[in-house]
Design a protein around this ligand. Sequence first.
Ligand SMILES: [Fe+2]
Length: 468
Amino acid sequence: MQRSSLRDCKAWQDAGLPLSTTSNEACKLYDAFLTQWISWTNDASLGGIEGCQSRLKAADPDFVMGHVIINGLELIGTGRSVVLDKDLAASIKRMAELSKTQEVTERERLHVRALEMFAKGSLPKACDIWEQILLDNPTDLLALKLAHDSYFYLGFQPQLRDSIARVLPHWTPTIPLYGYLKGMYSFGLVETNFYDLAEKTATESLALNPADAWSVHSLAHIHEMRADVEAGLTFMKQTEKNWMNSDMLACHNYWHWALYHIEKGEYEAALTIYDDYIYKRCFSVGAMLDLVDASSMLFRLQMEGVNIGDRWKEVVKVTTNHSKDHILIFNDAHILMSLCGAKDTEIAAQFMASLQELAQAPGENYQHQHFQELGLPICQAVVEFANGNYSQTVDLLHPVRYQIQRVGGSNAQRDVFNLLLINAALKSDNKLHHKLARCLLVERDGMRPNSLMTERLIRKAMSLHSLE
Ligand SMILES: [Fe+2]
């Protein structure tokens, strides 16, 4: 988007989404912020996200929706916790006070309420409020994006799809950022296994805007779920120039690229992508998605038997800062993988102790309410696996395997837990676990035929079988 086409007060009013400020500059900066968030890109021509943030605050310090969009990205994207981060807590409080001391629309009031719910960890309640906004305001892209990302964190896959599907008829190609909606819809379709329709939708989106990194990401998932590594590798290589500058998502797209190499057994190629892109991004920015990608990649390579050198020691320099956050079980498990990988047993023990403490008194926090039955067994399984206690790993993970979807993330990301269970079962000294591994691999082969990794694991399982 050109800076000249950013929407001012009147344009937002005309779009049916009035903003309670008299500052045209604030309205335009809100648009610039939203545009960069939706496109996962710090666009220098729009001032970058951080640039927009400071100018937005300066243009109208009391602009409620300015506070909403800034706090929204902080809560959703950075993994900052209002419990541990006093500045963020103060920022949420200020936003709430402003919404009460000045005239705002009902839509804006609901936005504030939804973020307050999100900040408390009540993600499903926050989503209900965003959906309430969308009933009357189906073109409110901020509500749609916040709900989309939250459904992802919750593992609410049908909602991820349907939330977009039900507003699509209200959108026309002339509405700014229209194409990105298709990418979001495509991702909801992938996660609910409608691969053909997901592919068609993402392809339509890329025809409108080849730089839409989220549509690229959706197609990367489709190739991953079909175990179609050659198509995936070709696609990523051919489109790299279009998405590599979408700096908020490029690292994750490279992670998908590296997954194809792991699938093929091309471990050096996967490590090269890790070193050149994932690790660097993890250190330069340290967004939670980047930390998760780094941990997931190293953990998967180790399960494949690859020597990853001392890379964990570098990752924990960043992840240790989040060892007491306990915001999402999915993130927690990946932080713990890094702590165990680096053999940082003291921090890992502190991590488990604080997790246990929160599991005892979850309060309103939706994720904390799942710590007891999901967070603790998953995280303890990571610890046991690292300690070579493979039988215990299976005993912890197997009973919860069908509930793991509820920790959030994508099917491709959560596959790390499937692989953890299979690898633990293969390494266990319990022969029943070897049988279990064979059963799990037959299932895996049924869902993703022609997977080279599954074939390798099946050969390993059969070699154990022949010895028994
Ligand atoms: Fe992904």
